[in-house]
Structures are given as C-alpha cells and as structure tokens.
Design a protein around this ligand. Sequence first.
Ligand code: NOJ
Length: 944
Amino acid sequence: MVKVEDFKTCNDSRFCKLHRQFADSATKASKADPQYYVKKDSVAFADNVLSARIVNSQKNIDLSLTATFLEQQIVRLRIQEAEPIKPRYQGCGEHVLKNGEAGLLNSSFSDYNLSIKNSTDGLTTHVLHFGKNSQNHDFTLLLTEKPWSLSILQNDKPTIEVNSLGYFNFENVKTHDSVSSVSPSNKISDATENTPLADNSTQTNTDVKHDETFKSWTDSVPNGPQSFGIDISFPGSSNLYGIPEHASTLSLKTTRGAKEHYSEPYRLYNLDVFEYLEDSPMALYGSVPLILSHSSQHTVGLFSMNSAETWVDITKNQPSNILNLLNKVVNRSNSASFSSSHWITESGVLDMFLIPGPTPKEVFSQYASLTGTTDLPREFALGYHQCRWNYLDQDDVLSVNQKFEEHRIPYDVIWLDIEHTDSKKYYTWDYKKFPDPVFMQNELAKHGRNLVNVVDPHIKTDPGYSISKTAAQNNHFIKNKNGKDFKGWCWPGDSNWVDYFNPESLQWVSEQYSFKNYHNTTSNLFIWNDMNEPAIFNGPEITMEKDIVHHGGIEHRDVHNIYGMLVQKSTFEGLSNRENPPKRPFVLSRAYFAGTQRYGAIWTGDNTADWNHLQVSIPMVLTNCLTGINFNGADVGGFFGNPSSELLTRWYQLGIWYPFFRAHAHIDTKRREPWLLGEPYVSHIRDAIQLRYRFLPYWYTLFYENKQTGMPIARPLWVEFPENSNFYETTTQFMVGSALMISPVLSEGDVVTQQIKLPSQESYYEFDTDYSVPGPETLTMQTPIDKQVIFAVGGNIIPTKDRPRRSSKLMKNDPYTINVFTSMRGEAKGSLYIDDGETFDYKKGAYIYREFSFTNATLYSKDATPKEHIDSDSQKAFIETIKDIRVERVVISKMYNSFTKAIITENGVQREVEVTCTSKNKTKCVIRDPAVLISNDWSIQLVF
Ligand code: NOJ
C-alpha cells in the first residue's frame, strides 16, 4: 500500500495552500473587487506582441504581460516581474519546444488590429482580431482592464478564458536581502485567508529566511516565495482531459467546489510512488502540463510550459462575481457548462500557450507544432517485450527465449533489470551470471530478437568504478549546497547523480553507450532508463531537494520535472550515435515531461496485479496519448503481486492495444511467462500476441501518421466521434487509430457477456468473424476467456500481415492482407507506411506511403508520398528492396450484396480473378492471391 504520508498534500505545500485560499477569498468576495488589474494606458500591440502591465494596488507588484501570436492561431501568454530583482528561470523552452525558443514561428500579423471598447459598466476591453484558420473560423483576443482577464473567442464565442474567476495571484521574486513580512515558515497564519498574498514591499533584512519544512527535510527557498496561481476556464465545456500522470479517470474529476470528487488538486511533480493508488490525483512519475477541453462545439487546449511543481484544481460551474461582470462583454450563454482549471505553480515564468483548436485534429497539430512528435520507432519496438525483475542469468534468458520458440509465441525483446549488473554499477555486467553477453545477444539475434538493459541515472559512489571516478573528476555530478558532489541513496547505496543540465555532462553520459565504452554490448542492445524522476530513497518525497543548484545556477525547483527527460535524451543521443551509419534508438523512460515523446517510450510505472489497475491503465495510456506521449503502455500483468491466470490473460488481450506492449513483474512475484499458465490460457495469450503482430503494419502506419500530424495513436472515443456526448467519459472502449474500436474485458469471473456501444451511424464489423451490425447500437456480446470484442469501423481499410512468425524482423518480407470495411455508403479508405524499420534513411525519402481507397466497388492503391520525396533516389533504392512484396489477400467486408469476380489493373495490364463471398449473407468477400505488389499503383474492380 502506498505510504501517502511520504508525499505532500496541498496543505503541506505553502504555495498550494496559499493559492487555494486566495481562490476561496476571490469566490467569497461580495463583489468583483480585483486586486490585480491592467495599468491604465499600458496596452500596446507591436511586432506581433500584445503587451500590458498588470499591477496590484495594495501590493508593490508590477508585472509584464505579453501575448505573442504564433502559427496556427496559438497565443503564447507570458507574465513575470516587469523589473525583476532576479530574473526567473527562462530555460524551459530550450528543453521542451521541439526546435527550442528560436524555432517558434510567429504568424504573420499584418492585418491584426487592436481596438478599445468601453462598456456602460466602465469595463475597458481591448479587442484584437488575430486571423482566420483554414475553415474560416475567426479568432479574437479580448483583454479587459479591471478586473483583468483575457479571452480567446472563436467566431465571437469565448472558448478559453484566463482569470475570469479572478484567481490570478503572483508572488514577486525576493532574495534573502529583499524580503517581505511573509510568515517565515511554511505555516500560513489564519490572517492570510483575508489577505492571502504576501506584502511585497522590499525591506532589507538579511536575517529573514523562507525555510519550508516537510517531515525531516528543510527547503531553504533561497529566492523566497515566487509562486503564482491563475485560472483558465473553458466556457461551454463539461469535460477536461490531460495533465498526466495520474491514476485516474480520462475526464478529469472536480477537486473543488460544490460537488468535488477529490479533495486534493491534481499534482504535477515527478515522483517515485511505491504501490500507487488506482484512483487518485497524487503525482506520479511523469508530468505533462497540457489540459484539453472538449465539447460538441469545439476542442481547445492550454499548455503551461513550466517545469516546476504544479497543482491543478478542477471546478465546474464555479460561481464568480468577476465572471458575472465579464458576461457583459462576452457573448456567453449562461446556461452552458463552464469548466475551469486553477493552475498553482511554485516558480518560473507564467508561460502558457492557449491552443485554440477548434477541432480535436487541430488541437493535436497545434500542440505538436510546439513540443514535437515521436520520430519513427524501431519497428521491433512495436512488437512484444518480455520483462521481469529479473531474468537470473544468461541460461535463464536463453531458456526463456527457447520457450517462446517451443510455444510459438512471437516476441521481439527480452529485458534485463538491475540485477544483471555488477553491484548495481550500470554499464557493467555481472559476469558470474552473464559470462558471455555477446554470445547471448547473438543467440537472440538469430531470430531477430533484441535485448534491453536497464541503466538508472544514479551512479554508485565508488572510486573503483570508472564511471563514478571519471564523473567525479570531470565535475559531471550535481553539487550539493556546500559545493561537494551531491550524494543520496538508491539501489546501489550511496550514489551521485549526473548534472544533465550541463550539456557537457549530458554528452559525456551519452558517450557511455558507445560500443567501446559499454563493454559487451551489440547493436541488438537497447536501453531502459528507470528511477529518473530522480528517485532518491532518502530525499524529500523520495526525490531531490529543491534548493540543489544545477549547472548554470539553475535551481532544481525550477526544472525538477525536466530532469528525467534529459536522462532519456542523453541515452537517445548515445544510441543514435553509436553506429555509423546511425540506427534508430529505443529508450524506455519512467519519468517524463512535455517533449519526452521525441526521445522514446514511457510506461506507467509500478502498477499492481489487480482488476482495478487493469482498468485504470486505459485512461492512463489514453491520457498520455492525448498529451503527445503516444509511445506508452502499462506493465502487462501488473508489477506488484501475482495475477490470476484469468487476469493475466485478460491483461494480454488488453495490452496488445497499448502502443508500447511489455509484460513486467516485481522480483518477489512468481514467474509468469505465458506457458507457465498452462492451457487454455497459453493458447489465448498466444492468440492475443499473434493478433498484435498481424496488426504491426497498421501500428507502424499510425506511428508515421502521428509523427506527421500529432494525431493520437490510441484514442478515446471522443476524438473519433467528437459530437456524441455520450462517449466523452468512456474508457471501457477506445480506438486504435480511426479504424479499430477495442472493448476489452475488464472484470473477473462469470462476466461472460459484455455491453458494447457502437457510437455512430455507421457499419461496424467484428474483426475476424462474419458479424457486422449497423450503429448506433448497444449490443450484448458473449466474451468467454478466449474472446475480446474488436470492431472495425465501416469506412476504413487496414493492412495486416497474417502469417504467424517468431519476431517482427522475420515478418519483414511477408505479403500483406488488405482488409476493407465499407461504410454505409459502400466506401472506405486507409493507408500504409513502410520503411526499413531501423535506419534514419526515411528522412531522405527511403519509404513508401500508400493510400488505399474503396469506391464504386473498386479498391485503389495509390502513392501518397509527400511530393518532395517522390522522385528521390533514396525512395527508388528503398522500393527496390521491397519490390517483390505482394498482397496475398484482399478481404472486403460490406453490408450489402455479393460479388463474383474482380478485374485487376496493374502497370496498365488487366486480369480477372475469382472472388469468394464466404459468410452466410455473403457479406465478406475474399480475393485470394491478387498478386499485386505493395509498392505499385493498382486497382481491383469488383464485379457483381
Ligand atoms: C522500479 C521500476 O519501476 C521497476 O519497473 C523496476 O523493475 C524496478 N525499479 C527495479 O529496477
């Protein structure tokens, strides 16, 4: 059971408590009487930036507000001291934005114009029209002066509102010699309820400290309190999503207000939480400060680019006097639902990107334009990963490998946890257990299989360990307050941590992955970075003290949530550079942040082998996908505890639909490789894993499309059916791409029937059976242990490879099956991306992207490669390598009459082939061996 007392609640955190109290006093105030407002005559618009000063009359606070207009109508809002005593940390963008700060493209601003409106109630509003999107939606920004608030309007309707509840509250940066009368400890006196913001008058008093204590730790808060709080609301919306990582529902629960579901805010602070709860807003290993709002009218988002500890309260229809006042200038329907988020952040700049949508697709593309997408993974990484803490030795690894052969279960990767090392010294082997690691890797490689080794970021303090010695000598370790190497406890005992904020240190670690440095590794070995929050067993909340200072004077407080991402980045670079020509790396990380998607996969950490954790894995994985972290999954089977055979089987059936599919187990659990379950379970697990492999072409294409567009790979139903509000909270069913709707079995025992809802007026086809049914509909289906219900949605075409093999590599030259699922109008479309699966040559054009369409009873395959690559030599050379790969079958599922033959046209030559319509109502027709080539243009016309 999690030790909740090891982790802070909002009340244990001075700044969280302070801002909640401020919000309460703003809500309770009898009239809209704002402390903060826009300074008269301070609003200006120049060079694509709207600027204003926000002041607080009672306190000595003068803030600069800027709103910058970026591509795709994204608005970047920044607030910080106008004349800071000490500048706040500004470096987040360098790590988080895909091309750093310099890479942000401003939109053209030639036709923007700023005007002033004065309402009869004395409200002064600045109005800026900032353009239209491709669908002719008109976007406007409103800035009211007193109270200050900022709204984004789409076609005159507000979609995102900033500070319309009046929760904005800002603590000026102080240093020990410019201090306030703030209470010197983390205890907030009752008096602060009424005057919640500290007086910021600058007195000189070097004795006043801002120490905060939690349990036995004291945080010296050297720059004094510098937190801020702000509310961001979403008019017309009742469902908010995002802000992973939490083990909780997909649609965020309320945390304050009349009907609060949680009493604590959602917390974003990367932490190692032992045996985490399955329904809680507590912080976990990763953080993405991106919230999405969806309603049938529009989808929008808010990305807070800040890597300090953050708490987010969620309210619905929260009363506010300020809002009532603003209603006079904003064209809002009073009856519509109104969801709000209150962001409470400890330090750094208030730096928020208002993401205007208005469709889900646009929101994903807008967010991707900021933090980037996942480059194509190694193809094998989409296969099945077999992990355990620990495979005991080389013989164990090879015998598990052999058992997969015997049981004809495909798999691609076997993993070694910390026990493979010499005394937890990473980059080493325990040669007693692994006498010949290269032999072992080569044995695995014989069937195209790979090895992943864990490399944690704590480095055993040991002058006899060359990594430790070199890092110490070259100042690669984080320093403590006395300027000595910071030391803490982790798996090896006394350990040090590399300062990844020093680019030279990051580079040095990345070089440790070279074949020369990391002995006995081959190009078949990949890396798992665990414990990188960082987990420090004897640190506050099992992590690093906030007042530790990194390279360049960066306080850990400001960058805590980025640390883990830099660990993964360093590994990503190391693996990318270890071969010439380079090959794509594969790195799994536990900690993550916005931008992590560029460096590899993550998993949801140490879950438990019970049905609740099976269930919560779905919203966790989907939420990660919604926030850009697509390559993710949960430990299949549950990490802690021993799953029953039934639970484990059901977990495999679900796990094949996680973008990252790995089974893992704690060292104290019983062995649970699939064959140990015996029949019938092993056969059901084999069936499930084989199904994953059949769909690998579809998965790989989804990864390509995600890279291009930001569209999530696994998707909540609302992304595909945005207008159907019945599915805004659904996680018992979800989508993989636009074509597959998965309805996993999520509970135990005699529940062999399942209720399945078909969300749209479309044809639905059960995959691999002859059953099809028009939606919308609620079905009751039998789901005995050998079955989970998978529907293909009419209108989609899915390429598969149907020959069972031992690993993805061995499927490389296998022929394809093209599965056509026609829509109610008898049409369908789909796509297929193919490249070599391992090099970066795709960047030069060494790939093909095919578009399939089915219309007028004819299936077409056309080249859809983006134009600039069509004639490249690289593409031609690549096509040469796949030129013999055929389509071995076309399966057409349809809701109406049957066909007898088909006319194939390829390279200008026509031939006739037989069509067999098999099912009872002849609704499934098969063309066996049409013998068309996958890289060619062709058509197959069906004839009645
Ligand atoms: C914690 C990780 O979350 C878990 O997956 C791993 O097995 C252990 N550390 C041991 O390395």
